[in-house]
Design a protein around this ligand. Structure first.
Ligand code: HEC
Length: 198
């Protein structure tokens, strides 16, 4: 079809020389597919075969589960390295307890992370011991308190919080607890543990 003819009959299909055929009443020409389309298609086919052989036949590539486990392991190692570089000390936690912002955040965490159900909002103690006296079951040193909150005492009903609150959050809770220890809130639970002065 010449250009002029095409302008006269815009609804006519443009043929690049192939025969027209009719399929289900629809008339179409066997036009060549564009090269960019064909190459995308060929490359997708090649990719899928290589992918299938690499991951499923030879299994030389990690499965999704293995890849996930590798990433988790790397993240754990990185966290351990960071922790080793920056070990937790009593001095660090005492210093943190002098930082009003950290103490405020620690108080919020104490109120919002479920501690109040067992230790009461004023930390005077319910199921869990009074945290405002000078008696401690698991040690009164800031690092010991960190440890109790992080690992918990599962057999005695104190849950571990390292997964739910995280190291930074627990540090802030300990900072907050430093500011309320020995304040003897009214109506606090009777002493439990040994008398210690931190
Ligand atoms: C399900 C109840 C429960 C929850 C929730 C809970 N605790 Fe406890 N907690 C306990 C019990 C019970 C003990 C005493 C464990 C024992 O007798 O050895 C305890 C002990 C402790 C101690 C050690 C006290 C000591 O005398 O050595 C600290 C500190 C503490 N909890 C802080 C927290 C903080 C902070 C949270 C919230 C992040 C929290 N607890 C959440 C029940 C709980």
């Amino acid at each position: 079809m010449s250009e002029q003819q095409q302008l006269d009959r815009p609804n006519q299909l443009v043929s690049h020389g192939e025969e027209a055929h009719s399929f289900d009443g629809i008339q179409e020409y066997d036009n060549k597919l564009p090269n960019w389309w064909l190459w995308t298609f060929y490359l997708a086919c090649i990719f899928s075969v290589v992918y299938w052989i690499h991951y499923h036949v030879l299994q030389t590539g990690p499965s999704s589960m293995e890849a996930y486990q590798m990433e988790m392991k790397a993240a754990k190692e990185a966290a351990e390295k960071r922790a080793a570089k920056n070990p937790l000390t009593n001095r660090l936690l005492v210093k943190l307890s002098k930082n009003p912002k950290a103490v405020e955040e620690g108080k919020k965490l104490f109120l919002n992370k479920g501690c109040v159900a067992c230790h009461k909002a004023d930390a005077g103690g319910l199921i869990g011991p009074n945290l405002t006296d000078e008696y401690w079951i698991h040690g009164s040193k800031p690092v010991q308190i960190f440890q109790t909150i992080s690992e918990g005492v599962p057999l005695k009903g104190m849950p571990a919080h390292k997964a739910t609150v995280g190291r930074k959050g627990i540090e802030k809770i300990v900072a907050y607890l430093q500011t309320i220890r020995n304040t003897h809130v009214k109506g606090g639970k009777e002493p439990q543990g040994k008398k210690e002065d931190g």
